[in-house]
Ligand binder design. Structure first.
Ligand SMILES: [Fe+2]
Length: 165
């Protein structure tokens, strides 16, 4: 049975907050990296890549607030220091010196890391009956998987043929 925040045990809330804190850190670091790539990307695909990186950082910036406010609803402390986000994030900063393909590959890896972190948060929140966090995390898996697809196809040649003949 699902539980509302007020009915969750303190240890359950702490476990979910820990997962949310990881998600917040990685979302924040990836926000900054997407804006960095939006500014510094070069090449003949500048226009669409500039726009795609903007779509990513705008989505992630809104998500940071959603994640942090779920932490607050669970009586946790929302970490707001960039140094702490960088310290715990499995997504790492980038100096912005890279080719367009290198940026796409790096952002693809970042999105896959975020999908994994959100997927782990799905499991943690389900274990504790926290459906609200579960819904948030499930939605984020979907978003990061979608951005990963956008990025992945930039690196491919002809479409993969999955049909059975
Ligand atoms: Fe801009």
């Amino acid at each position: 049975m699902g539980l509302i925040a007020a009915k969750m045990e303190p240890t359950a809330k702490a476990a979910v907050v820990e997962g949310l804190t990881q998600a917040l850190a990685e979302t924040a670091v990836t926000t900054a990296k997407a804006q960095n790539f939006h500014w510094n990307v070069t090449g003949m695909a500048f226009g669409p890549l500039h726009a795609m990186f903007q779509e990513i950082y705008e989505d992630h910036f809104v998500a940071q607030d959603t994640i942090a406010e779920r932490i607050k609803a669970l009586d946790g402390h929302a970490e707001g220091r960039m140094a702490k986000w960088i310290e715990r994030s499995a997504v790492h900063e980038h100096d912005g010196y890279a080719t367009d393909k290198e940026m796409v590959a790096d952002m693809l890896a970042s999105q896959e890391t975020l999908s994994s972190t959100m997927s782990a948060l799905c499991a943690i929140s389900e274990e504790h009956g926290d459906w609200a966090t579960n819904d948030l995390a499930t939605n984020r898996v979907d978003v990061h998987d979608k951005f990963a697809w956008f990025l992945r196809v930039h690196l491919r040649g002809k479409p993969v043929d999955n049909s059975v003949r």
